[in-house]
Design a protein around this ligand. Structure first.
Ligand SMILES: [Zn+2]
Length: 88
């Protein structure tokens, strides 16, 4: 869910799109309880770091599989089959 933000209809209308329960229940009432931009940035950076770590692990695993397949007597055929399945 996106944090609270304003939608401009391009015709002079501007509408609040609530992103938190506080604003959903009372748009003009209490202050927004959505994460701040700094919080959102910290979360995004954390997610990017986790994805990079997972990709690095995947790349390591992928390389190990390639080495094992190429060392296999049927390695070329296995790679051709894998390429065909992947559509490359
Ligand atoms: Zn909010």
């Amino acid at each position: 869910m996106q944090p609270c933000h304003w939608y401009d209809d391009g015709h002079g209308g501007r509408y609040l799109v609530p992103g938190c329960a506080t604003r959903a229940h009372d748009p003009d009432g209490e202050t927004c309880t959505c994460p701040t931009l700094a919080d959102q940035l910290a979360k995004a950076r954390s997610e990017i770091a986790a994805l990079r770590k997972a990709k690095k692990s995947f790349d390591h695993w992928h390389t190990a599989i390639l080495v094992a397949v190429h060392a296999h007597p049927d390695g070329v055929q296995i790679m051709k089959s894998a390429a065909a399945q992947a559509g490359v």
